[in-house]
Design a binder for this molecule. Sequence first.
Ligand code: ZN
Ligand code: ZN
Length: 415
Amino acid sequence: MPNQSFAEKLKKYADVIVQVGLNLQPGQKLMIRAAGAIESTAPVVRAVTRSAYQAGARYVDVIWNDQELSIARLENAPDDSLEEVPDYLFQGMEEHVANGGAALTIMASNPDAMAGQDQQKMALIRKVQSQKSEKYGSYISGMKTNWCGVGAASPGWAAKVYPGQDSDTAVEKLWESIFKFTRLDLDDPVQAWKEHVATLVKRKKHLNNKQYSALRLTAPGTDLTVGLAKNHIFMGGSVETPNGISFVPNMPTEEVFTTPNAHEVNGTVSASLPLNFNGMVLENLKFTFKDGVITDFSADTGAELFEKILDMDLGARRLGEIALVPNSSPISQSGTLFYNTLYDENASNHLAIGRAYATAVEGGVEMSAEEKEAAGINHSLIHIDFMIGSDKMDVDGILPDGTVEPVMRAGEWAF
Ligand code: ZN
Ligand code: ZN
């Protein structure tokens, strides 16, 4: 993109987000949630808002979540006020998606911003927010409306990704990466995205035809057998809303993923990248599962906070997602750790503890809570991804009759 100004690239970025990521429909309303320093998210918010109205949006609304505002509250607000969250905020979000509005999240958070803050207070705020946004979250994870998550470079985040660089250079490099992973260096990014999505769709169709009863993952520090939910559906690339809008929930995206049977996970798994969660970075995470439940866990940093997360509810100790990403993905090949799940999860095979995607099981959305539990579709207020893949990971598919087939070898597709 040597001849393009930043403003031109930003416009292309906004157009790809609106036209492919969200696939915003004429007459639709859009809600943007901007997470991170306001001055960093604002240029993307403005470009997307303009692009959205050009695509026929009826109304675009913005919710700003700046970490400086959270810190101001944590450090100064009365302790007994931290459980208070205004209902109008969550009711408004819920109403928006219930009425068919589209939702975009722009992420520019500094992964270290919250590191010095009171962990107990943060856990409390997070719990209240998770509870209040549960209904909204079920619309999003149920794919009932079109939504998308994208990144925006900020000085705090860029400094973490490119330490030792001056701030402007680091931000510039991070923007370059974001644009490259979003395929904006290609002549026709919209067309390139359509082709990329078609490749992911081919992979997931193959896996869906197989209907493996389990996947076995092996790598140094990992030997984990993950049972897959009966009638599971591998998803990836694009998703369709019930009324037929095809959208791409994450940009970039390189994964195909499905819902494990939360009762049938056994063995040990080591994270291959640090996990960045809510401003905390957990290094050298290791989990042991027995009959689906985490019975043992260790991390070199952040273990104390994580223990609280695992105790949040029953489902927090069980798996909600298994995702496959070839090691040759552009993000993996960049050799950079982005300290942001949107990018790092597309570098590597990953698992998530917590809430499962009911949409990734045939008939899952219509199941009652009891039926979901019986099918192993995990329920939780949280959904936290952690990366496990590497060029040393093999994945085998186990068919219901016990036949074992290679799915991945040394981090690459084997079919
Ligand atoms: Zn995933
Ligand atoms: Zn996930």
